[in-house]
Design a protein around this ligand. Sequence first.
Ligand code: SF4
Length: 188
Amino acid sequence: MGEELLNIHAILPHSRVNGPGRRLVVFFQGCSRACKGCFNPETHSFDIKNNYTAEDILAKAASGLEGITVSGGEPFLQPRGLLKLLGLAKAKGLSTVVYSGFKFEELSAMKDAKQCLSLIDVLIDGGFEEDKLEPTLLARGSTNQRLHFLSGRYTLNDFYMPGKAEVIISESGAVTGTGFGSIFRTGK
Ligand code: SF4
């Protein structure tokens, strides 16, 4: 059987506003929820954007990273690839933070997703709800979204990040914005 391919919207080799420390951020492609006011509407289509293996993704990680953050789109709609990615990240000593539109209770009842949960340090669950927008929240956009600390690695204090958003300029001059707010498009 061939290597599992993931449909990925974008990868940030490093960010400091998507969880504790410097992190590789992976945005999965595809989400069927269509939450009103979603910060990442361009991730909703299920058309193939970039096909990568889990190894391809981790090869893009900058050196000295604390961990990976997986966002989207909906990561758990590609559960086998997500499991591989999380397993590889853990094998490299990287921590794992994952966003999902599903609630923790729903994921716990899904076989493949449950396996993924065992490899996640912090799960942030629930889709963005525009009428519950709260700009002061840590690492999330609306009050319905919850942080679940699934291992002993982090506490809420670790989610006080240097800022709410950042602009990353690559060596080629490409400019990417990320963070939690409607002016940026690559954060939940
Ligand atoms: S907020 Fe998350 S779950 Fe909701 S549409 Fe956007 S990507 Fe999907």
